[in-house]
Design a protein. Structure first.
Length: 160
């Protein structure tokens, strides 16, 4: 690619459209908006129900483009899993949902490449901490208790 212009968007996964903000931003670049929108929707399908950050890299000379989908935040993945749109005002007393330890492990595995953790066990503890801060219980227990179980090795069989 020659000179590259990067446009950043937050779009509903799998439901981007050529209207604002995508269409008006792409118009001056000369890239065909429907093709970009189609590629964004294909790339974001797996995050259905969430808003996802997307970078569109455009070669200004050739009009070639690439779509880069950034992973949703850990809290977005957890809230999507429990079906909540936002956390409570008092997460330590008000709970918005429950998630299983298997789901926590799955999120940890998905996010592990972008997390600064040495092991899957550490990544699971990080995800559990996020659960606690957004008012989500894990297997109907306070995530703080589950973190201590992970640290003691009690849940090692489930963290693989």
């Amino acid at each position: 690619m020659g000179k590259v212009k990067v446009l950043k968007f937050m779009v509903p996964a799998g439901k981007a459209n050529p209207g604002p903000p995508i269409g008006p931003a792409l118009g001056p670049t000369g890239v065909k908006t429907p093709q970009v929108v189609q590629k964004i929707n294909e790339a974001t399908k797996k995050y259905s129900g969430m808003n996802v950050n997307v970078n569109v890299k455009i070669d200004v000379e050739t009009k070639d483009f690439e779509v880069e989908v950034l992973q949703p935040s850990v809290s977005s993945l957890i809230m999507n899993n429990v079906g909540a749109e936002k956390g409570p005002g008092t997460p330590h007393t008000t709970k918005i949902g429950n998630i299983s330890i298997a789901d926590v492990v799955a999120i940890a595995k998905e996010r592990m490449p972008t997390m600064n953790t040495p092991s899957l066990k550490s990544a699971v503890k990080t995800i559990l901490s996020v659960c606690r801060t957004i008012g989500v219980t894990v297997d109907n227990e306070d995530p703080k208790l589950v973190i201590s179980k992970v640290a003691s090795g009690e849940l090692d069989a489930q963290i693989v």
